[in-house]
Design a protein around this ligand. Structure first.
Ligand SMILES: Nc1nc2c(ncn2[C@@H]2O[C@H](COP(=O)(O)OP(=O)(O)OP(=O)(O)O)[C@@H](O)[C@H]2O)c(=O)[nH]1
Length: 363
């Protein structure tokens, strides 16, 4: 069940964000920065006609429109796979590919999970591309309302590696901070940056994955960001081995509407002292994914596998896992398996309980 990290895979950035959150405005700025000067931009639009791509101030030959009749996540297996497969030769000259990375802008309504699944597991795509990171834009003005009304918006925030908050100029400081807090509870590990009229430094949006663009070293600590799960004030009181759990909708969240979708989101991390056999790991993950996959929004982990010197890194979105990647060495002295989860209504006790029931190992 292991696969070697490939150093030549093309990095892909997924740009999500609700309708009108400022994705095109951001893209216009990004493509003018050197880091994105040789990026290929794939834009998906909802509906048959859109001029959005014309707004991207970039050489149009590097902008591709996906023209599905529906949203990207519905046509994903056809159009996006075909596009990603074809661009490696369509955008080559003299046998050399003339783009170094890809950015996919999704329609505002898209559930990012199917797109991530395709990038992570489709044989023809996963063998050529690697997910560099998910960048999610949130409109500071409409954000609270959008999160209240649209579960997809919460998912977009939950799977983000970086959260960009646009339109700070339209809200009070207090409202801005409330939105920041809400997003931090949904996704404690994602750094939050304010973007004004799309102005964001490209370097903050790159190298968000396990491997940097040099492709040589895995930065596990940055990628897992376990410490972030202990940084926010809404900490579950149950003890945890490596961090904390945020169960939203606590009594102390007086301002919360109890029906909010994100009151169901939980973010937690935990450690396992005992090395797992590959079989135990597979069984545990298979059970979690088949019974609760839809509600496990994102999982990342570094695992100590019995009788192996090197750790295994796993990364899942809902019921789909990226093929586990063995790292060349442990990043620190800590040899425990450590995992971070963002789920809908699944607490740490359930995940640990399944581990204990299936393997006898305590989390
Ligand atoms: N006041 C203000 N307006 C902004 C900011 N960023 C973007 N906008 C405006 O917000 C509107 C929507 O921005 P777009 O970039 O088109 O948003 P989008 O996410 O691409 O929209 P869709 O393609 O419809 O999903 C535009 O009128 C932008 O000018 C900002 O920081 N402040």
């Amino acid at each position: 069940m292991t696969a070697s990290p490939k150093k030549t895979l093309i990095p892909v950035t997924l740009l999500t964000g609700f309708l009108g959150s400022g994705k095109t405005t951001l893209l216009n700025q990004l493509v003018q920065q050197p880091e994105f000067s040789d990026a290929l931009i794939i834009i998906n639009e909802f509906g048959e006609m859109s001029l959005d791509h014309m707004l991207v101030a970039h050489s149009t030959e590097n902008v591709i429109m996906e023209m599905g009749n529906g949203c990207l996540c519905c046509t994903i297996r056809g159009d996006l796979v075909k596009t990603l497969r074809d661009i490696t030769w369509r955008f080559s000259r003299g046998g050399e590919r003339h783009f170094s990375r890809v950015l996919i802008e999704t329609t505002g309504l898209a559930d990012p999970a199917p797109i991530l699944h395709t990038l992570m597991t489709h044989p023809q795509i996963a063998s050529r591309y690697r997910l560099d990171g998910v960048v999610t834009l949130v409109d500071a003005c409409a954000g609270q309302h959008t999160l209240d009304q649209h579960p997809e918006a919460i998912k977009q925030a939950a799977v983000a590696d970086v959260l960009l908050l646009s339109k700070q100029d339209l809200v009070t400081d207090q409202d801005y901070q409330l939105l920041q807090q809400r997003l931090r509870k949904i996704n404690p590990a994602a750094p939050q940056w304010s973007v004004s009229q799309g102005e964001a430094s490209a370097e903050k949006l790159l190298d968000l994955g396990l491997f940097s663009s040099s492709g040589k070293t895995a930065d596990v600590e940055r990628w897992l960001r376990e410490e972030a799960f202990a940084d926010t004030p809404h900490v579950d009181k149950t003890p945890s081995h490596c961090g904390h759990e945020h169960h939203h909708g606590h009594d102390h969240d007086h301002h919360h509407d109890v029906n909010r979708h994100d009151d169901h989101i939980r973010a937690f991390c935990f450690a396992i002292e005992t090395p797992l056999t590959e079989q135990q790991l597979t069984t545990w993950l298979e059970v979690l994914m088949s019974f609760m996959g839809e509600n496990i929004l994102r999982v990342k982990g570094i695992l100590n596998i019995k009788d192996q010197d090197r750790p295994l890194v796993i990364h899942g979105v809902q019921h789909i896992f990226h093929p586990p990647v063995p790292l060349p060495a442990w990043p620190t002295e800590d040899r425990r398996s450590r995992l971070v989860f963002i789920t809908r209504d699944i607490g740490r006790e359930t995940v640990e309980g399944a581990l204990k029931a299936l393997t006898g190992i305590e989390g």
